[in-house]
Design a protein around this ligand. Structure first.
Ligand code: MSP
Length: 593
């Protein structure tokens, strides 16, 4: 428990219970044909990554957070292909004690450290093809205005008071800790030092007069919000975790620090002796980006999806919604939570020297390759272990062999000398297995393939909605395998274009396989944008034919004309994804260590 006792609180007069009902309106969403929320068609959607601390260079865990948000956002754009409809923000979290101390340790002014590391994040995200529409730095003037305005709203609603705060503070995690969350560990000199039980980071005792937010008043409204919207925090186990936290008493929260102790931050309006708590400052970034406090922000809020790691769940699922409710706004639409990457079973940390540099990985495995790996292997509900061999094995088997091989098999000059999208023959492959006549060649497994690929976009959309991107990729990969099986079964290389008996079936086999590839290319765009672009271009799919609404898989089979029949394939004949050369020196080195 934080040691804020009623006796110690100063200036309690004027405290009022806020009425939440008029502002707290939950939106209801229903599903459309692709599992798309009906309202996404005409309303805006806004995706956010956490903003990243600038005390150290980016690692693959940070990139993972950003990639998840990028894939979700890109998938949304496939559903609603209008630039104006989707916002996507990322940025750097530059204030607070952690940064102040890191700068001092590096012998730099805080602003120098911020400029340097923020630039590294910006460069990494550019290289990794993160399609953000804004990059916010909390040291920007627009952000100071937003934070101070937000503070003013809380103040005006009687939700801030001055009180004596006494308790543990962890600068590395930028959070207050109750006694029960603190343990003792031998420090560098062998003496026992107090550390956070969860993170192991050092904590220090703090006693000062601060501004305090009446967080305790929000326990019930938060419970009401979460019970009324079971998907608010996704995946579900995290939703339950938060509900469980809310079973316990919710202490008020200290939201400022003495400026003499913390000068690197935004001053409390009207009281320069206090600096605003860095988490309040950081969370408001989500509003700054959409124009808050100007009313334009209302066209984005609350249809917002926050993508966060599990370590910052409490800040996003308790503090942030409570602050929003306090300021008269609704909680965000979704909080998507992911777990962490470890290295050889250990947490990544500078002191352990096991930090994996994302830029080296993008270089080694290509941008699309590494994006695919992290999103295909990362599971939101539990931690994943990183090692290089795993990347090579996955990319060689799924991107180089299965997908690249399939494309090559169906487009190689030897098998498709005319270089066109061949015609589909409805008598060879009638729309129902029962209608297969004497010239019919399709088998039961072929119907299973068509049905699997026809339902794939909906399946993938459902997985995205449930924040199970790895399952979406697993489903695509399984259909790629099935399509390879189809091609293998009918061995088009044994059929002859010159034979009037073989030719319609040969064209049909290739047509079906190319249609499957078109679906895979479309669905892979959020994860491997360049590779999907090359794949779709090779199939002759134009840029206006790449959204989910334009997919129309195998229309001839369903009795409609196909815009692709007879179309010339794209000219690019190179390898889609080269196998990773296992003899590369870095891999040999990785084996030895
Ligand atoms: N600055 C805060 C967030 C403020 S948001 C208003 C912060 N920054 S962070 O740089 O420490 O973390 C940013 C994101 O990276 C978080 O989502 C965190 O979970 C994620 N990751 C940090 N290490 C990670 C791994 N090892 N693996 C996966 N993600 C991890 O917290």
């Amino acid at each position: 428990m934080l040691r804020i006792s009623a006796l110690r609180l100063l200036g309690r007069r004027g405290a009022s219970r806020v009425s939440l009902s008029e502002d707290f309106s939950l939106r209801h969403y229903s599903s459309g044909p692709l599992g798309v929320r009906d309202d996404t068609r005409d309303s805006r959607a806004y995706f956010t990554t956490p903003i990243f601390y600038v005390n150290a260079a980016p690692h693959i865990g940070h990139l993972y957070s950003a990639l998840l948000a990028d894939a979700l956002c890109r998938h949304h754009r496939l559903r609603v292909p209008s630039d104006a409809a989707t916002g996507f923000s990322t940025g750097t979290d530059e204030h607070g004690l952690k940064i102040q101390q890191a700068a001092a340790a590096a012998g730099l002014a805080p602003s120098e450290l911020c400029d340097r590391v923020s630039a590294q994040f910006q460069q990494l995200f550019r290289e990794a093809d993160i399609s953000s529409t804004d990059f916010i730095r909390t040291t920007e003037a627009r952000h100071r205005i937003a934070v101070q305005h937000f503070w003013g709203m809380l103040k005006a609603r009687g939700l801030l008071y001055k009180g004596l705060y006494e308790g543990w503070y962890c600068a590395s995690d930028e959070c207050f800790l109750p006694e029960a969350k603190v343990t003792r560990q031998p420090g560098p000199s062998g003496d026992l030092c107090p550390v956070s039980l969860e993170s192991g980071h050092p904590v220090s005792w703090t006693k000062e007069e601060n501004y305090i937010f009446r967080l305790s008043q929000f326990r019930e409204p938060l419970q009401q919000w979460l019970r009324g919207d079971p998907q608010a925090i996704t995946p579900e186990p995290f939703h339950q975790t938060v509900l469980q936290w809310l079973e316990e008493e919710l202490p008020d929260l200290s939201v400022s620090r003495r400026s003499s102790h913390l000068h690197w931050g935004i001053p409390v309006p009207g009281d320069d002796s206090q600096t605003i708590y860095v988490w309040l400052d950081a969370l408001v970034n989500y509003l700054t980006v959409i124009g808050y406090p100007n009313t334009e922000f209302k066209s984005w809020w609350p249809n917002t999806s926050h993508i966060i790691g599990k370590d910052i769940l409490k800040f996003h699922a308790i503090y942030w919604p409570a602050l929003l409710l306090g300021a008269g706004m609704s909680p965000p639409y979704r909080i998507y939570v992911h777990s962490h990457w470890t290295v050889c079973g250990q947490k990544m940390s500078k002191s352990l020297g096991n930090v994996v540099d994302p830029r080296t990985c993008l270089d080694r495995y290509t941008v699309d390759g590494f994006r695919y790996f992290l999103l295909r292997q990362g599971v939101p509900s539990w931690d994943c272990d990183y090692y290089d061999e795993k990347v090579v094995k996955l990319l060689d088997s799924e991107l180089a062999d299965a997908l690249g091989g399939l494309l090559n098999r169906c487009t190689a000059n030897r098998i498709n000398p005319s270089g066109i999208y061949p015609a589909f023959c409805t008598t060879c492959f009638p729309s129902e297995p029962g209608l297969v006549g004497p010239s019919g060649r399709a088998q039961a497994e072929d119907y299973a393939l068509v049905s699997a690929v026809a339902t794939l976009p909906k399946q993938v959309a459902d997985h995205y909605d449930n924040f199970q991107i790895y399952k979406a990729l697993e489903a695509v990969s399984s259909c790629v395998r099935q399509t390879n099986g189809f091609v293998q079964r009918h061995a088009p290389w044994k059929l002859n274009w010159e034979s009037p008996v073989d030719a319609p079936w040969l064209g049909t086999v290739l047509h079906v396989a190319l249609e499957c590839l078109r679906v895979f290319g479309t669905l892979l765009q959020p994860v491997t944008p360049s590779l999907a672009d090359r794949l779709l271009s090779r199939l002759g799919v134009s840029s206006t034919e790449r959204s989910l609404g334009e997919l129309h898989f195998l229309s001839r089979f369903y009795g409609h004309p196909s815009p692709f029949e007879g179309r010339r394939l794209g000219p690019e004949t190179g390898v889609l994804f080269p196998r990773l050369d296992q003899s590369r020196s870095w891999l040999v080195k990785a084996h030895k260590t």
